[in-house]
Every structure is written in structure tokens, then in C-alpha cells.
Design a protein around this ligand. Sequence first.
Ligand code: TXA
Ligand code: MG
Length: 353
Amino acid sequence: METILIKVNREKPEQESIARAGKIIRDGGLVAFPTETVYGLGGDALNPASSRRIYEAKGRPSDNPLIVHICQWESMNRIARRIPEEAKKLADAFWPGPLTMILPKTDSVPKETTGGLDTVAVRFPSDRIAQEFIRASGGFVAAPSANTSGRPSPTLARYVWEDLGGRIEMILDGGEVGIGLESTIVDLSGSVPMILRPGYVTKEMLKDVLGSVDTDRTIWDQNCRERPKAPGMRYRHYAPRGVLTIVEGRPDRVAEEICAGSRKAKKEGARVGILATDESLEKYRAESAADSIKSVGSRTDEDSVGRSLYRILREFDEEEISVIYSESFSDSGFGQAIMNRLLKAAGHRVKNV
Ligand code: TXA
Ligand code: MG
């Protein structure tokens, strides 16, 4: 299949391109589009055949449910059977934006879209291209991240092309996304609101609105015997091709350990990459033997780290890096989302020094 790649102006999306993309979705096809978090792979959420095609294009297990993207609050009535007070409060505070809510679903949402579950994940993105595309598509777009299963989510249209070119009808290229990590997921279908995936809307922000909120304990405890409540969190995800180790501890010791590890791996014939920060870059340049040293952003600006993390993991792949060392990040605020994705990329390989 030939994939059409179209550049779209984020401030003023070209209506002809949006209409063309919307028609593809209404006809049962697939279109990748930018959101404020990562690129999504969209299909008609109310059409079971479209959802089946999404799983096929991504190579994703079909028991891993999709998020339904809407472009107005009123659309909730069509897909959510019960809308608790908490949902209204969260929507007032964070929609449109990088927050996904899980609610009991109506019969309008096919089981193919929800991976067989009785609940549906709903998100109202703030990206202008996303909103206009969803409207042109009929208002309900099922969209997982637009990567092939197991690769980092795409933050640029080029990465969507690499993973899905030839398998989908169209890619809308709106440039680099703003946040870079997937939305926060909150489950409102149970008795207590529960975070299933940390994201840009932090636990603290949710607490301010809801009073209290739980976190799925499987997110941080890799030895926990329970199954993660978001099926997607079960799979090894966001994995670079190289073996990634996170080094945690006092900054000077971390740098020493990473330099020593990198020299050793180099001697053993590895191609070594270091994921550093603006603050530490020079130290590695001077003392490590690494082939590729990259800053993921500044420690004084966590947003910059979130925005670049997946791009840098992909760049290490392009450079055929086989051993990667990374510094670790704070485990509060947006740092929780950064550490969650980094830990998954590392298969929870952490060295404390
Ligand atoms: O930022 C985002 O959320 C991006 C953009 C494209 O909107 N989308 C995204 O989708 O990250 P995906 O499919 O890569 O991740 C969705 C996660 C998966 O872990 C899935 O298991 C979980 O949401 N999920 C979806 N529906 C669910 C449900 N009904 N109950 C529990 N977890 C659900
Ligand atoms: Mg994903």
C-alpha cells in the first residue's frame, strides 16, 4: 500500500488535507496524526474492522485496548455508560489535554476497540490538528501510539513513516510533538480513581482536583504478582535495541560509574551510548569512551527531558548502539512519567552507586 505523507500547519491546518484524512477514516482506513503527547494511529473507533486493522498494522496483541479520541465533551454520552462526577471535574481541569479516563462503555463501542473489556478509555486531545481531524472523521477516533509494537512512541512523523510506512493510508505531519510521552491514564470505573499510567498530568495535579487518587502498584513494583490494570503496561515496551542500564545515586558517583562502564564495554567490542543531561554532558565527553553521548535535556526543565527521551532512544538504534547507560531522574511530578518509561526501556535494569 502507498502511504501518503502530508505536512499540516499546526496553527492553521489546511482544510483540504483534514477533509481527505477524515474521509479515509470514515471509509474504514487508517491515518496517523499528531497529538500533544505522541503521534497516534487513528481508525474509526465505532467500526470493528478499523480496530482490527490497527492491531494488524502495529503488530499489537488484540487484547490490548485502544484509546478513543473525541473532540467535544458531549461525545462522552455516546460511548460512556456512566459518567461519574469525577470525570466532569477532571474534564473541567485538564481537557482538552494529555489525560485519558477509563469509564464503563456503551454498546456503541465495539469489543474490538476495547480489547474485549467492558470499559472504554477516552481522551480529548488539545492539539489543533488532532481536534480538526477527529471532527472530520466523525468524532470518534481509536488511536494507539503510532509505533510498531515494542518500539518507542513516535514524536516525529518521520518515525511513524519508519514504523508504519506502506501499511497505512496516510500520515499527517504536524512537526515535533510538545510533550513527548503518552497521556496520563486514570481509571474511573472502580470505587476509587486510580492512575494506571503516569503522564504529564501528575498525581499531585489529580489529587488537587479529586482529593485522593490511588496508583496501580504494578507500575513501580516489578515483582508484584498482580497484573497491571492497563493491559498495555504488561508488555515490554519502549525498548531500544541496545541493552540499557540506568545508573542511580549521587551525581559525581553516577558519572564515574557510567564512564567506567562505558570504557569496559568499549573494550569488549560494544558500541556505547550515554544518555546524559545538559548539566553532565561535558564530563562524559572528557572521560568516557562512548561512541555516542547525547543530552536528553536539562535537569532544571523536566519538560525538555520528556520531549526528547523517545527521540534519543530511537537515535541510539539508528546508530546501532549495543550498550546504553542512562542517568536517572526524580520520581516526583512529571519525573514519574519519565522514570516509568525509562525503567520499561531498561527492562528495570538499575544500578545503584
Ligand atoms: O497519549 C496517548 O495516550 C497516546 C496518543 C496517541 O493519544 N495514545 C496511547 O495509546 O498511548 P496506546 O494504545 O499506546 O496506550 C494505551 C494504553 C494501553 O496501555 C492500554 O492497555 C490502556 O491504555 N487502555 C486502553 N483502554 C483501556 C481500558 N479500557 N482499561 C484499561 N487500560 C486501557
Ligand atoms: Mg503505545
